[in-house]
Design a protein around this ligand. Structure first.
Ligand code: AMP
Length: 232
C-alpha cells in the first residue's frame, strides 16, 4: 500500500479497510435515492457514531438566516432553486469541517457537481473514509410514495394499497406535490446524475447498500456493518 494515503485515490478503498474506525474518524458521504430513508439513516448514524451531520442546504440556509456577507451572493440562486457556485459551497464546506469539534462527520447534499466531487477528493481536510449509497428500486418507490394520500383536515397520511383512507374522507384526501409520480421520477433523474458524478470521481470506493424490502432497523444494521468494516 502506498504511503500517500491522503492524496492517492487508488489507496482510498484499501485504507478504509486497513484502519479501524477509532483510528481514522468517520468521514462519510451518504447518498440516498428518493424514498430510501436517507434522513432516517442519517439520524441513526449521528446518534450511534456521534457523526456531525453536515447538510450543504442547511449551511446555506443558515447563512441566509444570519444575513451574512455571503447571504446576498447566494440568495438569488437559492430562491430560484439553482445550485450556488462551486467555489462558494466548496469553501463553506471546507471551513465548516475545519471548525468542527467532532472528528466524525457525514456530508449530505455535497458534492452535487463534478467540480465539487474533485474538490472533495483533493481537499486534505475532507479525506473520506466511507461513501455509502442507499439503493432502492425506482418502481417500488413510485408505487410506495405515489400511493400516499394526505388528509389536509387531520394531517394524517394514508396509502391507497397498504392503508386506504376511510370512505367518509376519501373525497378530501390529496396527493402531495412531492408524491406525484412525475416529481418522484424527476428526483430519480437528478439523483442518478449525482450518483454518476460521484462514481466517476470515486469509483469503487462507493459501497452500495440495498434497502429494498428491508425494515429501517435492517437497513441500519447493514449501514453499521459498512461503517464498522464488517461488510464483505
Ligand atoms: P437542499 O436543502 O439540499 O435541497 O438544498 C437547498 C438549496 O441549497 C439548493 O436548491 C441549492 O440552491 C443549494 N445547495 C445545496 N447544496 C448545494 C451544493 N452542493 N451545491 C450547490 N448548491 C447547493
Amino acid at each position: 500500500m502506498c504511503s500517500c494515503r491522503d492524496k492517492c485515490s487508488a489507496n482510498r478503498k484499501e485504507s478504509t479497510e486497513v484502519l479501524s474506525a477509532a483510528d481514522r474518524g468517520i468521514h462519510l458521504v451518504l447518498l440516498g435515492a428518493p424514498g430510501a430513508g436517507k434522513g432516517t439513516q442519517a439520524k441513526h448514524l449521528s446518534a450511534k457514531y456521534g457523526l456531525a451531520h453536515i447538510s450543504s442546504g442547511n449551511l446555506l440556509r443558515d447563512e441566509l438566516t444570519r444575513g451574512t456577507k455571503l447571504a446576498a451572493e447566494i440568495k438569488g440562486y437559492m430562491d430560484k432553486g439553482q445550485l450556488v457556485p462551486d467555489s462558494i459551497i466548496i469553501d463553506l464546506i471546507i471551513n465548516h469541517v475545519k471548525g468542527l469539534e467532532s472528528p466524525n462527520w457525514m456530508l449530505d447534499g455535497f458534492p452535487r457537481t463534478a467540480s465539487q466531487a474533485k474538490a472533495l477528493k483533493a481537499a486534505k481536510e475532507l479525506y473520506l473514509t466511507h461513501i455509502i449509497e442507499l439503493q432502492v428500486d425506482q418502481e417500488a418507490v413510485v408505487k410506495r410514495l405515489g400511493g400516499r394520500r394526505f388528509d389536509p383536515t387531520t394531517g394524517n397520511t394514508y396509502h391507497v394499497d397498504f392503508d386506504p383512507p376511510p370512505a367518509d374522507i376519501a373525497d378530501r384526501v390529496i396527493i402531495r406535490d412531492d408524491d406525484k409520480e412525475e416529481v418522484i421520477r424527476e428526483r430519480f433523474v437528478i439523483y442518478e446524475k449525482n450518483k454518476k458524478l460521484i462514481a466517476d470521481t470515486f469509483g469503487d470506493a462507493v459501497t452500495v447498500v440495498s434497502c429494498e424490502g428491508l425494515s429501517i432497523e435492517e437497513v441500519s444494521a447493514r449501514v453499521d456493518a459498512v461503517i464498522d468494516g464488517r461488510q464483505e
